[in-house]
Design a protein around this ligand. Structure first.
Ligand SMILES: C[S@@+](CC[C@H](N)C(=O)[O-])C[C@H]1O[C@@H](n2cnc3c(N)ncnc32)[C@H](O)[C@@H]1O
Length: 316
């Protein structure tokens, strides 16, 4: 059983990593972003596409009052400040820094310390956690964070969990990394190297089921929608990551033709998120039948997972 002391140690470790990263950003706001597969710095053009994807994904939720957890240097806040009434950015490293837009206030806190910086009366219709969960100690920590924010949410709130590293694609990702590292290695050697990379990866990788599990204790009803981050940059960032939205709104895309496809998003074998994106249809993932996806007649790629309260206990 993980203890809070373990949580504190992990948060302290990442906090010290990000102090250095942010100290080093004099040349580019994307300094410190390294492609996991190639080990090379990610080009600014890819990072711009990555950022644009996240900002657009949150904007389509029509937020008015945002709580951002792990807001970093405020890149997402910059892209949303003009459409919101209020934006509270929290971060254990940058929190407290001034932000040029009057709607944005910044507070110093880790995700597990929000009670210290939020007022009881604070209410948000959108929570943004973008590219942060990989630094969380474990899925229980995420569940703890979600439980802490729910009392601060409006009835129609959305929780955007963006840029999640997909646990089910970890092996494929590490095999790619092994092939880049040793292009002429035998298949056995690639397997060994990939296994080594998997063991030594310090970040938290999650699947849609993990998100469902983390949310399953929330006072409901809640729905979970998932989609690949398919911004077509052919980089590690769009091939191995996904977004999830926890929402109190009823699913709207769980209709249309039903067809079964391999379920790469659930972590089994099957298409990667990028391959799924090639289809024109929305895809709905049903927890009762986790080996298949429902493909709806909608050009939106959100996945609707059946109500978590209805299927309480299904996620594992
Ligand atoms: C990759 S940056 C993402 C920044 C921002 N969300 C964005 O998308 O531009 C990760 C951020 O997570 C923050 N972080 C790390 N561990 C955290 C934790 N336990 N709680 C809250 N924030 C955390 C770091 O300080 C850092 O600013």
């Amino acid at each position: 059983m993980t203890t809070n002391a373990d949580w504190e140690a992990t948060v302290a470790q990442w906090t010290s990593v990000y102090r250095e990263v942010y100290d080093d950003q004099s040349t580019s706001r994307f300094a410190g972003w390294i492609d996991y597969v190639t080990g090379r710095r990610i080009p600014d053009a890819v990072m711009e596409a990555w950022l644009d994807w996240s900002v657009r994904s949150v904007r389509r939720l029509h937020p008015r009052a945002v709580l951002e957890i792990g807001g970093g240097t405020g890149m997402i806040a910059d892209g949303l400040a003009d459409i919101v009434d209020r934006y509270v950015l929290t971060d254990p490293v940058t929190g407290g820094d001034a932000h040029p837009h009057p709607a944005v206030t910044s507070k110093l806190a880790g995700a597990h310390e929000l009670a210290r910086v939020l007022d009881d009366a604070d209410r948000f219709d959108c929570v943004v956690v973008n590219s942060v969960i990989q630094h969380f100690p474990d899925v229980d920590y995420l569940a703890h964070v979600l439980t802490g924010v729910v009392p601060h949410l409006t009835d129609d709130a959305n929780i955007y969990l963006g840029d999640l590293r997909h646990a089910g694609l970890h092996r494929a990702q590490c095999r790619e990394r092994a092939r880049v590292r040793e292009p002429f290695a035998t298949p056995d050697r690639i397997d060994d190297l990939a296994a080594q990379f998997i063991r030594s990866d310090p970040e938290l990788l999650v699947s849609p089921r993990d998100i469902a599990r983390a949310a399953s204790g929330l006072p409901g009803p809640w729905h979970l929608r998932v989609r690949p981050r398919a911004f077509d940059a052919d980089s590690d960032l769009d091939r191995h990551r996904f977004d999830a939205v926890l929402t109190r709104r009823e699913p709207t895309t769980a209709h249309g033709e039903r067809r079964t496809v391999g379920n790469g998003l659930l972590g089994g074998t099957g298409p990667t998120p990028a391959e799924l994106d090639r289809g024109p249809d929305a895809v709905s993932l049903h927890l009762e039948d986790p080996q298949s996806l429902w493909v709806g007649a909608d050009d939106d790629l959100w996945f609707d997972i059946a109500s978590l309260t209805t299927h309480e206990g299904s996620p594992s």
